[in-house]
Design a protein around this ligand. Structure first.
Ligand SMILES: [Mn+2]
Length: 325
């Protein structure tokens, strides 16, 4: 027998507890969307666990409520689960994915990634729109739809998430809805303060590593691709985590003539997490799908086995193939 489908608005009135999870190596949208829902749920009197498999990035910890995050799964199961911004339920992390897979509790999905084909098979209710500039905007739509009042805490979370996923309203995903929602939220937040918290609290060690990385950028495919590596030794030397190097790719992408920037971050010997940012004509999601990864048109990623030099060779081939127009 097919289980009856649950919807979030009803769950908020009929349940006592919830667990919210974003994706592994969380970004600002994952954190902001999670925290916004955390405040919404606790406002309904729901005991809410804000869970993450990986640490929240340091520059989004200023969002009120982000400090509530826990990195251990609670022993008691919640009445329902919410997954945000993850692309697929697997990208929430191994432990939580296993738990949700065997659970009969309702599961809700908020996302704007296109890579996941059949969310209805896993989730009871799906808020999915790949035209949304950030998952947090889908949270905002849900609140609007039900007339839930905006608060300062929720506004900060949503504002920060949208700023993060649009690169400060600069990326291709930036649209009318993003501007309209931020404009509405200005009644609740200080825009300059949020921008400063996200981008202008850079540790000195991070800036020094950035200088090293910028000097190492390789231009490939006739200058269409900018590629660089971040090794584990470098992160160790500067005592930095992956969240400190997330923004580096934007400097590679900013070089004139570059259509796609790729960052090879070493996970283990001969194993890299590759992040891609493209400017316009190159479809990053299409490239990453070939490697079993996913993402958006202008921001995608995958894992790569081999040396950095082998990776560069592959980038040359791929870009030569996809950059034809
Ligand atoms: Mn997102």
């Amino acid at each position: 027998m097919k289980k009856s489908r649950s919807d979030l608005a009803t769950l908020l009135k009929t349940t006592q507890s919830a667990l919210i999870v974003g994706h592994i190596t969380p970004d600002g949208d994952s954190v902001g969307s999670s925290v916004a829902l955390y405040h919404l749920f606790t406002g309904f009197g729901i005991s809410t666990t804000l869970y993450s498999a990986d640490p929240y990035p340091y520059n989004f910890m200023f969002i009120p409520g982000a400090e509530k995050v826990v990195y251990e799964l609670p022993l008691i199961e919640p009445d329902f689960y919410v997954v945000v911004d993850a692309g697929s339920p697997q990208r929430t992390g191994e432990a939580i994915y296993q738990q949700m897979s065997v659970s009969r509790k309702p599961k809700i999905f908020f996302d704007h990634h296109v890579s996941y084909r059949d969310p209805g098979a896993f989730f009871d209710q799906v808020f999915l729109d790949d035209a949304a500039a950030a998952t947090a905007l889908l949270v905002h739509r849900f609140m609007k739809q039900h007339g839930y009042p905006m608060t300062r805490e929720i506004a900060i979370a949503i504002y920060a998430a949208v700023m993060a996923d649009t690169g400060g309203m600069r990326y291709n995903s930036t649209n009318r809805e993003a501007f309209a929602v931020l404009s509405e939220l200005v009644d609740f937040v200080e825009p300059w303060e949020i921008a400063a918290k996200i981008w202008e609290e850079v540790p000195h060690a991070q800036m020094r590593l950035l200088a090293e990385v910028i000097a190492s950028i390789r231009l490939l495919a006739g200058g269409k691709a900018a590629v660089f590596e971040i090794t584990r030794a470098q992160l160790d030397r500067y005592r930095l985590g992956p969240d400190h190097v997330d923004s580096f790719i934007n400097y590679a992408r900013a070089i004139a003539g570059v259509e796609v920037a790729m960052r090879f971050r070493e996970l283990a010997p001969y194993r890299y997490k590759v992040s891609m940012r493209s400017k316009g004509n190159i479809d990053a999601a299409k490239i990453s799908n070939e490697f079993g990864g996913g993402g958006h048109r202008n921001a995608a990623g995958f894992e790569f086995s081999g040396t950095f030099d082998e990776g560069c060779k592959l980038v040359e081939e791929i870009v030569a193939r996809v950059a034809v127009r």
